[in-house]
Design a protein around this ligand. Structure first.
Ligand code: NAP
Length: 274
């Protein structure tokens, strides 16, 4: 069965729009440094979705020559701006800017991406507040399709702070037994074949082939890879013949990320208004 992220994301976005209306407006600010084409597309999509849901938005664009000190100052101004409930700095940042310093500069209560160490720590301690949107999107899809997680064997391929780690923590908090694989994992298939639920976030086109997936497994493909054949995921489409549930790329996790980002922004606004 194809897991349809578009339909679920549309439903979440309309619920978000209603909450924004009830709250009397929510302010979302984004900061983009430089002119990376992919980042520009991601920022535009976030703004389109936010505006459609009735957010007030601020799209701050800074030149690629912006220094770390100046960027941190601009973030501090947005932290102090009462009109801004939620704030993100689009990654990756140009060379010469330490992403860690910039992430730490964002007020944790406005950290709509959930990347600040305080929010990452709360998640680790199973007190999730602002959780990275892609990880929440994965969990929302699993819930929508009523995939049993309690006692399930879950395998996550990828251990980044923005996808793999938070997904693994949420799966563990849902009582799955979780294995995290990465680029040093020996014999990846030995692990993936053991999965009832397989989440792949490695950024390697079609790296998971049908012979790496157990019959009847649920497979969530987070990967987005630009190839000569267009956008493809980390999972070979032939896995559909083996898996019981599979997300598509595009149309799976991608739309969920934006919808869950907007949900996080509403969370920021609610928390700031007590
Ligand atoms: P990342 O920071 O580059 O992390 C990739 C992870 O995959 C790393 O932990 C890496 O291991 C692991 N890895 C790489 N090659 C591997 C291999 N051959 N076998 C096993 N593990 C391997 O990437 P990311 O930011 O997490 O993103 C992952 C993918 O998801 C990308 O395609 C990205 O575009 C996509 N993405 C999609 C969405 C969405 O909304 N759908 C959102 C975010 C990201 P090491 O730690 O050992 O290096």
């Amino acid at each position: 069965m194809a897991m349809d992220g578009r339909t679920l994301a549309a439903r979440i976005r309309s619920e978000v729009a209603e909450e924004v209306r009830v709250l009397g407006g929510v302010g979302l600010a984004t900061v983009l440094v430089g002119d990376d084409a992919a980042s520009d597309i991601y920022i535009r999509r976030k703004h389109e979705a936010a505006e459609a849901a009735g957010f007030r938005t601020l799209d701050l664009r800074l030149p690629a020559t912006t220094g770390e000190g100046e960027l941190v100052e601009r973030v501090a101004e947005l932290n102090d701006d009462d009109e801004v409930d939620a704030l993100l700095v689009q990654l990756p940042l140009p060379d010469g800017i330490d992403e860690e310093h910039v992430i730490r500069a964002v007020d944790p209560t406005k950290d709509v991406d959930g990347f600040h160490p305080l929010n990452a720590g709360e998640l680790l301690l199973a007190r999730p507040g602002l959780v990275p949107a892609t990880a929440r999107g994965v969990m929302a899809l699993l819930a929508e399709y009523r995939i049993e997680l309690d006692g399930a064997r879950a395998v996550v391929v990828g251990r980044s702070a923005i996808v793999g780690k938070p997904v693994a923590q949420l799966l563990e908090q849902a009582n799955a037994t979780v294995t995290v694989c990465h680029s040093h994992t020996q014999d990846l298939a030995r692990h993936t074949l053991d999965a009832d639920v397989l989440v792949v976030a490695a950024g390697r086109a079609a790296m998971i082939s049908p012979d790496m997936v157990a019959i009847g497994a649920t497979v969530i493909d987070v990967g987005i890879n630009r190839t000569s054949a267009g956008l493809v995921g980390d999972v070979d489409p032939g896995v559909a013949d083996v898996a019981s549930h599979l997300t598509s790329v595009p149309g799976g996790v991608g739309p969920m990320t934006i919808a869950c980002l907007l949900e996080n922004a509403v969370r920021c606004a609610r928390a700031r208004r007590g």
